[in-house]
Design a protein around this ligand. Structure first.
Ligand SMILES: [Fe+2]
Length: 193
């Protein structure tokens, strides 16, 4: 399904390949975890994982901060459920405008748009699942939230401060909800140590 929503003449540059492989890994992770959650359908989870970053294929890397909303706009008419996964996947706390503004590189117009769309979305277990699977999925394998967070910091993509502490805690809360649904530590299910 992802191929259908790639731009014409999809640019096979390194970044696109990395995003593509990350999307496949996130899809596989989502399917695997969903198979342990009776409330969720594995194939639906796979599609959500596969599509969550579709907006990135339509943007230059310096505009990647817009990809949650761009993915949402791309899919909202035909697949509103997938669109909601796209816009929500980067924001573990829908109420934290400060984090949205930081994520959007202080582009207030973009952060306002994201915030207003998210206020109309109800958080579901699928949204939790994709937020978590996105974060623990690398290009070809899995890592803990803690390792991913350290990686972000090493790349200066985010800086330790109150906002990122809050972001980290929100993601840990997402993981705890999934632990509860699965009935055990999800790291154990994925073999993350
Ligand atoms: Fe993303």
């Amino acid at each position: 399904m992802l191929e259908k929503y790639l731009p014409e003449g999809w640019d096979l540059n390194l970044r696109s390949v990395v995003v593509y492989r990350h999307s496949l890994t996130a899809a596989d992770t989502a399917k695997r975890l969903a198979s342990h959650i009776s409330l969720l359908d594995s194939d639906t989870a796979y599609t959500y994982g596969l599509m969550h970053d579709v907006g990135k294929f339509h943007l230059k890397p310096r505009e990647f901060y817009k990809h949650p909303r761009v993915g949402y706009e791309l899919l909202k008419e035909q697949y509103p459920d997938i669109a909601e996964v796209c816009i929500s996947h980067a924001f573990p706390d829908f109420a934290s405008f400060e984090h949205m503004l930081r994520y959007c590189h202080d582009d207030k117009k973009e952060a306002d748009a994201v915030y207003s769309i998210l206020q109309g979305i109800t958080r579901t277990s699928y949204i939790d699942l994709i937020q978590f699977c996105d974060k623990v999925s690398g290009v070809d394998g899995w890592m803990s939230l803690e390792t991913k967070f350290d990686w972000y910091c090493s790349k200066d993509e985010i800086i330790h401060d109150e906002i990122t502490d809050h972001y980290n805690m929100s993601l840990q809360a997402v993981k705890l909800r999934l632990d509860e649904l699965v009935g055990e530590d999800v790291y154990g299910v994925l073999g993350i140590t």
